[in-house]
Design a protein around this ligand. Structure first.
Ligand code: IVH
Length: 696
């Protein structure tokens, strides 16, 4: 096992020096977990472990937005499923850029370049200053003037083939005029305008679709869609700024290059400037930085590039970044405003989250009136009080953070904030367990806030995914008393008259909605379990439960029996690989609770919940068998062996019981092998196991 990427230190105590390394490790671990979950369907982490990684990353990213890695988790929206995009090897690698954080770093860059080229301080050295567009880069390959391949950056060496998606973007020509080189690779940034982003998010909210945190995520999520029609419907744009393979030279400088490709029909950024000196380039930075908030799209800095190509050639690159370019980052945009109130939101599991209501203020071109405050410790740490003047910061995201209080301007009569100890919605006690940061409402089922949030989860994308039934509809139907429990959704057709509206004008939208609901009456068991919103039960755990129990009836029966902690059913549940006792407890509690039982009975009446379909494992000698791996395996890692067994339809358990069919023992196997022997369970050596599955 690799060491845990989570450092022990609380986020508040981490220094900027340690943050970068840890964030990179976390980003890697999250990417790997995503890949295993989405592409291999073989998660290695429990949902809780995965969530812990993400939470830690997000908290660090909030504290140190400038340390967010280039391809961090927030840029990875909408991962490719197993049958996703084909891979493309870039003819020339797609490089990244070194960073400069202040003017002196940039002057240092200029000096470094001069030293390398043996130029004196007075020798001319032109730089091109270009806005650094906050989107995602793409490479377009033209052969004889026709767009043949378009790819994402990927890891710089290999990207994904998104040609069909890129063809839908108006700024990207699919055919170039006569006279272009036979092979021409143009690179640039796919992005979304801020106004288009806001309008799109508003449409998504109306239709119950996914909301994006910022224009860059929206662009990434829109571009990497297997359904090209979705990409086509999204307002994506493209600025060209660089090149890959080119069969014949047509420019001898970056500026000449930009001018030429503009003539060929590409869009280049109008704010780019040719500068005679580093001081001129810094003036462009100051100018662009001042206009930044008013620009129609997000930029996160200015890129300086040595203009002459012969110089670029000589400078070459170091560790995947050219020596002839650097990125001068902007500081996160900040603004000062008044904190008018602190509201408490109640989530699906009862978590109370404080939210700052602000006097609306423009930050980076977007008007903000809310900011997250995370939890009571965070508020205490920053001593944030109602009535304070606060500095807020938008680090690319729409929801900004409160950076600090301007204490000099604090009203004399201000009082420290106190977190309520009663739920603001249902008045039940709100308790904060020892050692946890979050206070929760104990009202459970009687709390309307939790009920509404649970319904939102129930209809969400990865759960019932009912088209046209989003958060807005949940709230409206709740208010009107039409949907108070999940089963009510499937009885909405009884209220068709009411839904048509007073003037009966909403016929089309009502019937579309009712049809969308009907379409979801049949649902897979794994989605169904996920939709219930049981604590700690995410998609991966839901799938695991569905695979192990097969039907809702079997799952309910097992969990009912498991209420007796000494039962075999309890042992079986905990024995499912990756389900620990804490998840087991949440499951047992959920299925034991009377109201939940009534909801399940009700839904069973309304729905056709389909038994879990195991991956086709016809002819597999281990399908349906329960296998335990123990000891050190020599040919493959433990996790790979588990994934293989599962793909052949076997269930992998963590400990040996009389239900175990095979125990596979590697080197230094301990008590499990002995227990298997005692129970008379078949013991296989690693080789015997490999022989067994090879016959399949
Ligand atoms: S040049 C060697 N120019 O920044 C060429 N990159 O940190 C490398 N970017 O992956 C890219 N605007 O996504 C270049 N005007 C610009 C850019 C730009 C945005 C992004 C691009 C790249 C990242 C590098």
């Amino acid at each position: 096992m690799s060491p845990s990427p989570i450092a022990k230190l609380p986020v508040e105590k981490i220094t900027v020096f340690d943050a970068e390394g840890e964030m990179l490790r976390l980003a890697d671990a999250i990417a790997e977990a995503d890949r295993r979950y989405h592409q291999e369907d073989a998660p290695e982490l429990t949902d809780a472990e995965y969530d812990a990684l993400r939470r830690r990353y997000e908290r660090l990213a909030e504290r140190f937005p400038q340390m967010r890695p280039e391809n961090g988790p927030e840029t990875q929206v909408g991962f490719a499923p197993a049958e996703g995009f084909a891979k493309v090897r870039h003819a020339r690698p797609m490089l990244s850029l070194s960073n400069a954080f202040d003017d002196d770093d940039v002057r240092e860059f200029d000096k470094r370049v001069r030293r390398f080229l043996s130029l004196g301080a007075e020798d001319p050295l032109e730089l091109v200053a270009e806005p650094k567009i906050d989107g995602l880069s793409a490479s377009l390959r033209y052969e004889r003037g026709k767009l043949v391949v378009g790819a994402t950056r990927g890891d710089g060496t290999e990207g994904e083939d998104i040609t069909r998606n890129l063809r839908t973007i108006n700024d990207i020509p699919t055919k170039l005029p006569e006279g272009v080189p036979e092979i021409l690779e143009i690179r640039g940034e796919v992005y979304m305008r801020k106004d288009d982003f806001l309008a799109m998010n508003a449409r998504q909210a109306d239709s119950g679709g996914k909301l994006f945190a910022n224009p860059r995520n929206a662009a990434a999520g829109s571009l990497r869609q297997l359904d090209v029609e979705i990409t086509r419907s999204r307002p994506l744009k493209f600025f060209a700024y660089s090149w890959g393979e080119i069969s014949e030279d047509f420019a001898d400088s970056q500026w000449g290059f930009l001018e030429q490709i503009e003539r060929w029909g590409f869009t280049t950024n109008p704010l780019s400037k040719l500068c005679a000196s580093v001081e001129q380039a810094l003036a462009v930075y100051a100018q662009v930085g001042a206009e930044r908030g008013d620009l129609p799209y997000d930029i996160d800095g200015v890129v300086y590039k040595v203009n002459r190509f012969d110089y670029q050639q000589r400078l070459g690159m170091v560790s995947r970044a050219p020596r002839w370019a650097t990125a001068h980052k902007f500081k996160a945009e900040q603004a000062e405003t008044t904190l008018e109130a602190i509201d408490i939101q109640v989530g699906r599991t009862g978590a109370l989250t404080p939210v700052a209501r602000l006097t609306p203020v423009k930050v980076g071109g977007v008007t903000v009136s809310n900011a997250t405050l995370h939890n009571e410790d965070e508020i205490a740490r920053k001593d944030i009080r109602v009535g304070d003047q606060v500095i807020i910061q938008r680090a690319g995201d729409v929801i900004p953070q409160v950076v600090r209080v301007v204490t000099e301007k604090r009203p004399a009569d201000s009082v420290p904030f106190e977190m309520p100890i009663k739920c603001p919605r249902c008045e039940s006690d709100a308790l904060r367990p020892e050692g946890e940061a979050i206070r929760r409402c104990t009202g459970g089922l009687i709390c309307p806030a939790q009920a509404v949030e649970r319904l939102k989860h129930f209809v969400s994308r990865n759960a019932f995914d009912i088209e046209g039934f989003g958060t807005k509809q949940v709230e409206v139907f709740w208010e009107e008393g039409l949907v108070r429990s999940p089963g009510d959704i499937f009885r909405l057709s009884e209220h068709r008259e009411k839904l048509l509206g007073e003037k009966g004008t909403k016929e089309k939208s009502t019937d579309n909605l009712l049809a969308a609901i009907e379409a979801r009456r049949t649902i897979g068991l794994d989605r169904f379990i996920f939709a219930l919103g049981i604590r700690q039960v995410g998609q991966a755990t839901a799938r695991l439960l569905a695979a192990n129990y097969g039907t809702l009836d079997a799952l309910r029966a097992a969990l009912d029996t498991a209420h007796d902690p000494d039962s075999d059913a309890t042992a079986d549940l905990i024995n499912i690989d990756q389900i620990g006792s804490s998840v087991a407890k949440d499951l047992i509690d959920f299925f034991h609770e009377d109201h939940n039982r009534a909801v399940l009975d009700d839904l069973s009446q309304e729905l056709d919940i389909q038994a879990f379909e195991a991956p086709t494992t016809e002819g597999s000698p281990v399908a349906g068998k329960t296998v335990v791996f123990t000891g050190t395996l020599t040919t493959v890692g433990r996790n790979e062996a588990k994934a293989k067994a599962e793909s052949l339809g076997a269930k992998v358990a963590g400990s040996v019981s009389k239900k175990t069919d095979y125990v596979v023992v590697g080197a230094d196997a301990g008590s499990k092998a002995a227990k298997a022997e005692a129970l008379g369970v078949t013991i296989l050596s690693e080789d015997a196991w490999l022989d067994l599955i090879r016959d399949g």
